[in-house]
Design a protein around this ligand. Structure first.
Ligand code: PLP
Length: 391
């Protein structure tokens, strides 16, 4: 059996032991110093000014759009483009925030929205924002996409929940936009059990995200920031300030366990990303040798941070064949995330307008994935190579 993932943590046993010790000795488990420390380290890792922790990647997506609305960057009814191949909680917040979702087709060979897909959509639709997903460690040509967005005044956000650590020649995935989101859910590259983050260089967005994350209050802001908000609303004493709520928010806070685990797991991230890339390259050789499968294009990536091996067959009936090969060998597999999200029940319920998305339909009908993690053994890799061969 090759499960989707083997361990909850990188360096599993030591991490669990240290977590148990941390819980026993810490005085505080709700959001505090460990979260702050991890936020600083993660911002440094990513090379961004700010990192704000959340209790999940989905929460981070929700908060990013709520904060953008609070700041007046987006308003109800604005058209927001998104990658048609994505995860449910990338698209759901667009609907929840009263924005209009516009799916953009992907390129089969990269699994991602490319600049030409965006340009094609912009011929008929005026987007206010683009919330692009970097899918399964792969990305589109983000440098060109950023340029188009800059030229046309389109706000760019990245859902980087599946691609932490991937790099293009122009920079790290997650650093091409005003704000990018990350997930630290167990099955991803590094885990805080549940958890997420937003990275940004923008001071106002970072400040608003802290308000959105915690009830709409100012408690996690600096003294200078608090003074600004309190002066604006004439809040004169600390007693009143405790329960003053400045703008729309939620409670999406992480715990100190998230902070502790994040600090711990970040130490192993780079070396394990390398190992996952090696696994991918090893298996890619088998894919390249098989003319029933597409070889994905990663030529624009200088580092592929991959936690799931996508298998794209040339026809739906070939997919049936490879699904049987993988299942028969005891390999756990999944569909290509949410497929064409327009076909999902939640989307049909809330969105009337449909767009043709032939490539995303193809990926949905002909693709699937299995796990890729550092604990895959030589023998696991041989089994996977066997599953990827034509026979
Ligand atoms: C692209 C994408 N966005 C958002 C999420 C949500 O992350 P989380 O599970 O941490 O809420 C996921 C989860 O897998 C994802 O793949």
């Amino acid at each position: 059996m090759i499960p989707l993932m083997k361990n909850a943590f990188l360096n599993e046993y030591e991490t669990k032991k240290q977590l148990a010790e941390f819980i026993l000795q810490t005085e505080r488990l709700s959001m505090d110093q460990k979260c702050l420390e991890f936020e600083n380290n993660f911002a440094n890792y990513q090379g961004r000014k700010h990192s704000i922790l959340f209790n999940s990647g989905g929460s981070a997506n929700l908060a990013l759009l709520q904060a953008s609305k609070n700041l007046g960057l987006l308003k109800s009814g604005d058209l927001v483009g998104f990658s048609a191949l994505t995860w449910s909680t990338n698209t759901m917040p667009i609907i929840q925030m009263g924005l209009v979702p516009v799916p953009i087709d992907c390129k089969v060979e990269t699994l991602n929205v490319m600049s030409h897909n965006l340009e094609e959509k912009l011929q008929t639709v005026n987007l206010k924002a683009l919330f692009i997903t970097n899918v399964l460690g792969f990305t589109g040509d983000l440098g060109k996409i950023r340029k188009i967005c800059d030229e046309r005044g389109i706000l760019l956000f990245e859902d980087n929940c599946e691609s932490i650590g991937s790099e293009l020649k122009e920079g790290k995935a997650g650093n091409f936009s005003l704000g990018s989101t990350f997930s630290f859910f167990v099955a991803h590259h590094m885990s805080t059990i549940e958890g997420g983050a937003i990275c940004t260089d923008d001071n106002n967005l970072a400040e608003m995200l802290q308000i959105v994350r915690a009830n709409g209050w100012d408690r996690n802001l600096t003294t200078a920031q608090q003074k600004k908000w309190r002066d604006k609303f004439d809040i004169r004493d600390e007693f009143q300030a405790k329960y003053t709520f400045y703008d729309l928010g939620f409670n999406l806070r992480p715990t100190e366990i998230t902070g502790f685990l994040g600090l711990n797991q970040l130490k192993y991230l780079d070396s394990t990303i390398k190992k996952r890339e090696e696994n991918y390259i090893h298996l890619e050789a088998a894919i390249k040798n098989n003319d029933e499968l597409f070889t994905l294009d990663r030529t624009h990536l200088s580092l592929l941070s991959n936690f799931a091996i996508p298998v794209i067959c040339k026809t739906p009936s070939l997919r049936e064949k490879y699904l049987s090969q993988f299942s028969g060998a005891g390999v756990e597999i999944r569909p290509m995330i949410a497929g064409n999200v327009q076909n999902q029940p939640f989307y049909k319920k809330y969105v009337e307008k449909e767009y043709p998305l032939p490539n995303t339909d193809f990926i949905h009908d002909c693709g699937f994935y299995c796990g890729n993690y550092p604990e895959l053994t030589e023998s696991d890799l041989e089994t996977l190579k066997g599953c990827l061969s034509k026979y």
